[in-house]
Write a protein that binds this ligand. Structure first.
Ligand code: SF4
Length: 279
């Protein structure tokens, strides 16, 4: 069985930076570092960080005054920073610079009088963080909601969540452009996401079976699965090698492998190792 692995695997730049920042913080401030929710969407990595003494809380109020607040890779709304300062927390900001750029873009659109539109998953941490920068942004999660959006007569400034599907974003932008008086879009899908998505599309067309490695909680991994499924019904998603089922590969001559931005290279190597044994 021929095994083809995506050109882009392992942590993306933003996740690698966040994990490194978290580990450095845990060494420096032993036992005093807190993450609000998960710093990245991968349970294996979160357990590893907890093992290093980093604690997870669901509310900022649960971090003791004066302790360390580690901001997740997908960012938080400005109000969270304000609250953290009020509590005298030491803020270590692991927000991905690509996400920070999106925050900057919506602020800039807002200042220029555009109504901000965020193409993204309603309720996702990154979208909540970006939305918090401006008054009443419009959140569009799919083409259906773009069709329904009442934006006639408006001047729109459009951004997208960094891990949205490029193709869907451009279709949504086209729909909004036809409806609004004016619409300007900033392309904010990050490069790592674009490469992973293009590779998932290519590999899923070229191979009999497709394996997507990553957490079910990870939006970008879910998107890779969706893209792959469009081309290949034999797409399977696993968190680790232990979830691989030999039945999936019966009669298969080739398998493609891709992984989400928060999937460690170790999990990819393990999966490829098992596939090689099956070959
Ligand atoms: S997927 Fe892109 S935006 Fe998100 S953390 Fe990684 S590099 Fe940053």
């Amino acid at each position: 069985m021929k095994i083809s692995v995506s050109k882009e695997i392992g942590f993306c730049f933003g996740v690698a930076r966040a994990v490194k920042t978290a580990i450095e913080a845990s060494n420096k401030y032993e036992g005093r570092v807190y993450m609000l929710g998960d710093i990245i969407n991968n349970e294996i990595v979160i357990e590893m960080l907890k093992g290093k003494g980093i604690k997870k809380v669901d509310r900022l109020e649960d971090i003791p005054n004066g302790d360390i607040f580690l901001v997740r890779a997908h960012g938080v709304p400005p109000d969270t920073f304000k609250m953290a300062k009020k509590k005298n927390l030491v803020i270590i900001d692991a927000t991905c610079p690509m996400v920070q750029k999106i925050h900057g873009a919506v602020v800039s659109f807002d200042r220029k009088g555009y109504r901000v539109v965020i193409v993204g998953d309603r309720g996702h941490d990154e979208v909540i963080g970006i939305a918090g920068e401006v008054e009443s942004p419009i959140i569009i999660s799919d083409k259906k909601s773009a069709e329904k959006a009442r934006v006639e007569g408006m001047k729109l400034g459009i951004v997208s969540q960094s891990t949205q599907y490029e193709r869907d974003v451009s279709e949504i932008v086209d729909i909004l452009k036809k409806k609004a008086d004016e619409a300007v879009a900033s392309n904010t899908v990050c490069n790592s996401t674009k490469t992973r998505q293009r590779e998932a599309a290519r590999l899923s067309k070229e191979n009999d079976v497709m394996i997507v490695i990553g957490s079910k909680r990870s939006a970008n991994t879910g998107r890779l699965k969706m893209i792959s499924e469009e081309n290949n019904p034999k797409t399977k998603m696993v968190l680790t090698k232990d979830e691989l089922d030999p039945i999936w590969f019966e009669d298969a001559e080739s398998v493609g492998v891709t992984a989400g931005a928060s999937t460690r290279i170790e999990e990819v190597d393990d999966v490829v190792g098992v596939l090689e044994e099956m070959s």
